[in-house]
Design a protein around this ligand. Structure first.
Ligand code: GLV
Length: 333
């Protein structure tokens, strides 16, 4: 009775959540039952706007497009949780979050297969020139008869595929390309033995592979890992696929190599996203471009949102996040 009276006199404040991207109405309605929401759904949220809204929030629910800087973290000690609807957390200053004991939630595992499927889609599209041929037909250029040298590509079953990064997505790609009959070579930052994969030095991987597929996370040590020198090692006609992070590839060097016509590429990620409207990549026939869609299936996005919401609710209840990206020492009840 006393408790009930107490609650009546001092209604329990709902925690405040800043949501930096549009979310399905059903998700927002469910969140509104528990939290007070501030939702930004007008495209990329400007940094000044995040800084302003962050002052009056307890948690941030965001994704890759929202940079969360050290400054934002340090100036908002009231923040109890950041939950990102993504596996990667390179848009968040993790050192600052960890120093502030601010837990950052992410969504591992559930997007592995979708991302590996997209890597395969890009491999096949690039090696068999699917997009280029589609443009050719739609452009009304298909007038010659069947010919033995018409739009020739290369076979996955005859290819050596080099996997850069043997984490969960790299391994899911290994499984898929082996099913196509490819030989697989691999490289990982800390050497990892994988059945059916021959470990090689990174430079040798670039020199030997017909297809290089990048699956390593963005980190200071992987920045521009795919450098001008490594691109120069690639065989004529070889293909590079990137479904990991743009920062892993030196994009200017890639553009230069692609413009020489020596290699092909399939890209889902870029150093700057969205890709600049004047990027030279847009005019190239030897590259297939996707707008960061690795995890873009309905089922995977649903699973990612479920993980992100579970992280958010746990953080705001003072509990450990089920999928925490930083090694925060939990000190709550
Ligand atoms: C996608 O790139 C992710 O990090 O979830």
């Amino acid at each position: 009775m006393v408790g009930a009276l107490y609650r009546w006199q001092f209604p329990v404040m709902k925690s405040r959540v800043l949501i930096t991207l549009p979310l399905p109405t059903t998700v927002l309605e469910a969140l509104k039952q528990q939290f007070e929401l501030q939702v930004w759904d007008e495209g990329p949220m400007p940094t000044a706007q995040i800084a302003q809204w962050a002052k009056t929030t307890d948690a941030i629910l965001c994704s890759l497009g929202t940079p969360i800087s050290a400054d934002l973290i340090r100036s908002n000690p009231q923040l109890s949780t950041i939950s990102s609807i993504s596996v990667g957390v390179d848009h968040i200053d993790m050192a600052a979050a960890t120093a502030a004991s601010l837990p950052v939630g992410h969504t591992p595992d559930v997007l592995v297969d979708s991302t590996a499927d997209l890597a395969l889609a890009l491999m096949l599209a690039a090696t068999r020139r699917v997009v280029e041929a589609d443009r050719f037909v739609r452009g009304g250029h298909w007038s010659a008869d069947w010919a033995t040298d018409f739009f020739l590509g290369t076979d996955l079953s005859r290819a050596t595929v080099g996997i850069v990064g043997l984490g969960p997505t790299g391994l899911a790609v290994v499984k898929r390309v082996r099913a196509f009959g490819a030989d697989v070579i691999g490289w990982n930052r800390t050497e990892r033995e994988v059945l059916g994969v021959r470990n090689v030095a990174l430079d040798d991987l670039f020199a030997e592979a017909d297809i290089v597929s990048v699956h390593t996370a963005a980190a200071p040590e992987t920045h521009h890992l795919v450098s001008a020198d490594r691109l120069a090692l690639m065989k004529p006609g070889a293909v590079i696929i990137n479904t990991a992070r743009g920062s892993v590839v030196d994009e200017s060097a890639l553009i230069k190599t692609l413009s020489e016509g020596k290699i092909r590429a399939g890209l889902d990620v870029y150093e700057e996203e969205p890709l600049a409207k004047n990027s030279p990549l847009l005019a190239m026939d030897n590259v297939v471009l996707m707008p960061h869609l690795g995890s873009a299936t309905a089922a995977t996005r649903q699973a990612m949102m479920e993980r992100a919401l579970a992280n958010l609710v746990a953080g705001l209840s003072g509990k450990p996040l089920p999928w925490c990206a930083n090694p925060v020492v939990y000190t709550g009840p």
